[in-house]
Design a protein around this ligand. Structure first.
Ligand code: BG6
Length: 484
C-alpha cells in the first residue's frame, strides 16, 4: 500500500516533538508502509535537503533510545520532502495537488498540526482544491474549538468537505498502551466485568498529574486552561473507557456509540454543584525536582493577573443504571509533585467484618498510565505477623508491569495513532458527536470561571494542588488514594 502523509505545520513544535519521532519509530519497527512519502508543509522557504537537515537537527533532542543513528536517519530521510505553502493561498494548494498527483498514492493523509484557528481554512482550501478525494484522510489535533458553538462550527466546516469516516480527531490518550489495556482488561476478560458496577464499586478516581509547567506555551495556555486542555478531552475519554457498556464489537462506531452514551449520561452542572464539586487552582512559585520554579503568573506569555486555571478537580456523576451513586473524580494539573497518571477503582468494603480489617489500601484496582504502564490489584491477606496479633489482615498487592512484561520498546501513542490513520482504523479517534457532548458538559464550568477569580485557589508548585480538592472529595466521605 502506498501513502502520502502531508504534515501541515511541518516545521512546528508538534511535528518535531511528537510526530516525526513517532513516524521514525514506526519506520524503525518496520510497521510504516515502505512505499510512502512524508511531506512537511509550511510557509518557510526550504528545499527537501534543508528540511531533512532541520529534522535531523531536532532529532538530537529526542531521548537517546529513540534517536536515529546517522545511517538510520539517512534511510528515514528518503521519505521526507518539503512543500512551501501559505495556508491562505489557493494557488499553493494547487501546487500541493500537482505534487500528490505525481503518484496518486492509495492513501493521502492530511495531518493538520497547525494553530487551531487555521483548521477551518485548511479544510476549506483542501476541498476547494479538490484535495478531498476518497483516498484522503484528515487528521485534526486538539483543541477543536473552545466551546460548544466553536466546536460545532469547525466540525460543520470539516464535514462539508469530508465525510465523518475521513476525519480522524486525535486524542493521544486513546493511543496510550495503558488505555488499550483498559479495554482489554474490561472486555477481553470476564473477571472484572461482573463487578464493574454500582453494587461493587464505591468510587473511581482519575488523576493526570504533570510536574511540568506551561513550558513555552504560556500564551496558548492563557486562553485554554486545564479544563479545556485536559478535562474536555483526555480525562473524559478515560471516564468513557471506564464507564462504557461493553460494545457489540471492536468496530469504531460500536465503541464510539458506547462512549457517546456515557458522555450523554453525565449529569449537567448546576450552580450549586459547581460550588461544591468543581475546584480550580493556579500554581504559585515552588520547587519541582529540587529546582525552584516560577509561579504561573510569571511564566512568559502569561498575564500578571491571570485567572486561568492550571489545576482542576471535579466530581462527575454518570446518571444511568450501572453507575447511579458512584462518583467519578477527575483531577489534573500542571506543576504538581510528580508526573503521575493513574486510575483508581475503589471497590466496596466486605459487607460483614469478621476480621479486624485495616481500611485503606485494599479492595482497589489501580491502573497506572504514567510514568509506567501497569496494573496493581490491592487485596488483604493474612500475614505471619498477624497471627500473633489476632485476626487482622495486611494489605498486599499484585503488581503487573506491562513495560517489563512486553518490553519498554512498546508502540507509543502517536506511533500507534499515525499507523491507524494510514491503515484507516477509526477506533481510537473521537467522533464529532462525542466531542460536542464533552464540550456541552464542561461549558457551564467554563462560563462560571470565565474572567473572574472566584474560588481560584493558589497552590505551591511541586505540591499535589490546593487542599480544596481534598475537601471536595471528603464531602462524599472519600479521599484521594494517596491521602487515605
Ligand atoms: C496535551 C496537553 O494534550 O497533553 C498538554 O495539551 C499536556 O498540556 C499533554 O502536557 C500531556 O500528555 P502526556 O502524554 O505527556 O500525558
Amino acid at each position: 500500500m502506498s501513502f502520502d502523509l502531508v504534515l501541515f505545520g511541518g516545521t512546528g513544535d508538534l511535528a518535531w516533538r511528537k510526530l516525526m519521532p513517532a513516524l521514525f519509530q514506526a519506520f524503525r519497527h518496520g510497521t510504516l508502509p515502505a512505499d510512502g512519502r512524508i511531506i512537511g508543509v509550511a510557509r518557510d522557504d526550504l528545499s527537501n535537503e534543508q528540511y531533512r537537515a532541520l529534522i535531523q537537527q531536532r532529532f538530537a533532542q529526542v531521548d537517546l533510545a529513540k534517536r536515529p543513528s546517522d545511517e538510520e536517519f539517512g534511510r528515514f530521510a528518503e521519505l521526507l520532502q518539503f512543500q512551501r505553502l501559505d495556508l491562505s493561498k489557493p494557488q499553493d494548494y494547487g501546487r500541493l495537488k500537482d505534487r500528490l498527483q505525481q503518484r496518486n498514492a492509495d492513501t493521502v493523509v492530511m495531518y493538520v498540526a497547525t494553530a487551531p484557528t487555521l483548521f477551518t481554512t485548511v479544510c476549506e482550501q483542501l476541498a476547494v482544491a479538490g484535495l478531498n478525494t476518497p483516498a484522503t484522510r484528515i487528521v485534526l489535533e486538539k483543541p477543536l474549538g473552545h466551546d460548544v458553538a466553536s466546536n460545532r462550527q469547525i466540525n460543520e466546516t470539516v464535514l462539508r468537505g469530508f465525510s465523518e469516516q475521513q476525519v480522524f480527531r486525535i486524542d493521544h490518550y486513546l493511543g496510550k498502551p495503558s488505555v488499550q489495556n483498559l479495554f482489554a482488561l474490561r472486555f477481553g476478560n470476564s473477571l472484572f466485568e461482573p463487578l464493574w458496577r454500582r453494587e461493587h464499586i464505591s468510587n473511581i478516581q482519575v488523576t493526570i498529574a504533570e510536574d511540568l509547567g506551561v513550558e513555552k506555551r504560556g500564551a496558548f495556555y492563557e486562553s485554554t486552561g486545564a479544563l479545556r486542555d485536559m478535562v474536555q478531552n483526555h480525562a473524559l475519554q478515560l471516564v468513557c473507557a471506564l464507564a462504557m457498556e461493553p460494545p457489540i464489537s471492536a468496530d469504531a462506531d460500536a465503541l464510539r456509540d458506547e462512549k457517546l452514551k456515557v458522555l450523554r449520561s453525565l449529569r449537567p452542572w448546576t450552580t450549586e454543584a459547581i460550588g461544591q464539586f468543581a475546584v480550580r487552582g493556579q500554581y504559585g512559585p515552588g520547587t519541582v525536582g529540587g529546582e525552584p520554579v516560577p509561579g504561573y503568573r510569571s511564566e512568559p506569555g502569561v498575564g500578571a493577573e491571570s485567572t486561568t486555571e492550571t489545576f482542576v478537580a471535579l466530581r462527575a456523576v454518570i446518571a444511568n443504571w450501572r453507575w447511579a451513586g458512584v462518583p467519578f473524580y477527575i483531577r489534573t494539573g500542571k506543576r504538581l509533585a510528580a508526573r503521575d497518571a493513574h486510575i483508581v477503582v475503589n471497590f466496596r468494603p466486605a459487607p460483614h467484618a469478621i476480621f479486624r480489617t485495616p481500611l485503606g489500601e485494599a479492595n482497589r484496582l489501580v491502573i497506572t498510565l504514567q510514568p509506567r504502564d501497569g496494573l496493581q490489584l490491592h487485596l488483604l491477606a493474612q500475614g505471619q505477623e498477624n497471627r500473633r496479633q489476632g485476626q487482622s489482615l495486611t494489605p498486599v498487592h499484585l503488581d503487573l508491569d506491562f513495560d517489563k512484561r512486553f518490553g519498554s520498546e512498546r508502540v507509543g501513542a502517536y506511533e500507534r495513532l499515525l499507523l491507524d490513520v494510514i491503515d484507516g482504523r477509526l477506533n481510537l479517534f473521537v467522533r464529532s458527536d462525542e466531542q460536542e457532548a464533552a464540550w456541552r458538559w464542561v461549558e457551564p464550568l467554563l462560563d462560571a470561571w470565565q474572567g473572574n477569580d472566584n474560588g481560584l485557589r493558589p497552590y505551591t508548585a511541586g505540591s499535589w494542588g490546593p487542599s480544596a480538592a481534598s475537601a471536595m472529595i471528603a464531602r462524599d466521605g472519600f479521599c484521594w488514594s494517596e491521602e487515605c
